[in-house]
Design a protein around this ligand. Structure first.
Ligand SMILES: C[S@@+](CC[C@H](N)C(=O)[O-])C[C@H]1O[C@@H](n2cnc3c(N)ncnc32)[C@H](O)[C@@H]1O
Length: 356
């Protein structure tokens, strides 16, 4: 199981910030600093000059914090501020085993576990595993709901039940962004759709998350036709539609999520099928692979679709799903026709390869 599962939580950010900004945060002193062997770490946890904390024992006077407290039913509520240009050294949390972390700063560094680096905004985090946070140019504000006796797996099971009960209120566990649903119901134009897409994805994850959409638009300026495997709601397709290409094709095993609004902005040929069963008979300049993020699937898609692609292939989620990266590397090792032009490791990560 991963160390972290993203959460989509509906909350009043302004109110939450108002409540948090009213708290008298103090320099954090860890009770266990004496037990720490490394001297620099011991100094940091003895009394940190760059890491501030406040523990809320009774949340009833804080409307929004209390609403979230009642939703999650944790054992502890803490607020932390990590000052700009300071790092949080590698550690396991003391007392707390698992936490729902809500990061309230707009821009921040990722959390680093021993084997992965993850950007997130709201997430269930296994704080019993070693983790650290690199320094960043801005303060990092964190609201943390912690559990002292339950394990990561137990709280995860409880949140799954909450997801069933609360999904009308927009509470989701996000394993891949299959589940990360953006509400486009109020969008009436393509621009409104695109703005909502960027705003919501940035809210859920990080401003770096949408870079792949900007790069997609950039390369499409050199293309006349577009094919996408796994359009889901149509976030990337909408960006492609802005470029007014001659041909659009989308392939998804489940087209029910695809926004009908997008059909007003281009002639989109849709196929509801497993990509590997698709009957290919047409070339496109651009191929975007963002369907099932499994090694065999991505590799077979690249092998099957690349002869029908004239210029570029983009793969999303190369960092969040290392299987995707592994599949691309295998593909590049068996095909001499393509070379890497972008390998971006920020947020979920993406790679773009170009026909030689
Ligand atoms: C990660 S989402 C795509 C997000 C979208 N490309 C975007 O940028 O907004 C993955 C999509 O792949 C689709 N999918 C999963 N397995 C598939 C398969 N075997 N063939 C085609 N589509 C698949 C899912 O139904 C889902 O809509």
């Amino acid at each position: 199981m991963n160390n972290i599962i993203n959460l989509q939580i509906n909350f009043d950010k302004n109110q939450l910030l108002k409540e948090i900004n009213s708290l008298p945060l103090k320099k954090n002193k860890s009770k266990v600093w004496k037990k720490i062997r490394d001297e620099a770490m011991r100094e940091f946890f003895k009394e940190s000059k760059t890491w501030y904390k406040y523990e809320i024992k009774n949340s009833s006077q804080y409307k929004e914090i209390n609403r979230l407290y009642k939703l999650f039913k944790p054992d502890t509520i803490e607020v932390f501020k990590q000052l700009a240009n300071s790092e949080l050294p590698r550690h396991k949390d003391f007392k707390i085993k698992v936490a729902v972390n809500m990061l309230l700063s707009d821009e921040l560094a990722p959390i680093t576990f021993d084997d992965e680096e993850v950007y997130y905004k709201n997430a269930l985090v296994n704080v019993s595993k070693h983790h650290s946070v690199k320094s960043y140019k801005k303060d990092r504000l964190l609201l943390k709901f912690g559990w002292t006796t339950k394990s990561f797996e137990q709280v995860y099971e409880e949140l799954k039940i909450l997801e069933q009960l609360e999904n009308k209120n927009n509470f989701y566990l996000i394993h891949s962004h299959n589940r990360m649903r953006v509400d486009y119901s109020k969008c009436n134009t393509l621009n409104e759709f695109i703005n909502t897409c960027s705003k919501e994805l940035t809210n859920i994850f990080h401003s770096n998350f949408i870079i792949y959409l900007q790069r997609l638009s950039y390369y499409l300026k050199k293309c006349k036709s577009y094919r996408e495997i796994g359009p889901f709601q149509g976030g990337a397709t909408a960006h492609a539609l802005l470029e007014k290409l001659d041909y659009y094709e989308v392939i998804d095993i489940d087209m029910s999520n695809f926004s009908k609004l997008l059909f007003n902005y281009g002639n989109i040929t849709c196929f509801e099928t497993n990509s590997l069963d698709h009957d290919l008979n047409k070339n496109t300049d651009f191929l975007f692979i963002d369907g099932l993020h499994e090694y065999d699937q991505v590799l077979e898609e690249a092998v099957m679709f690349s002869p029908y692609t004239n210029k570029y292939i983009m793969f999303h989620d190369t960092i969040s799903h290392p299987e995707v990266l592994r599949a691309i590397n295998t593909f590049l090792s068996i095909s001499n026709d393509w070379h890497i032009i972008e390998n971006d490791k920020r947020a979920a990560g993406y790679m773009i390869i170009e026909r030689k």
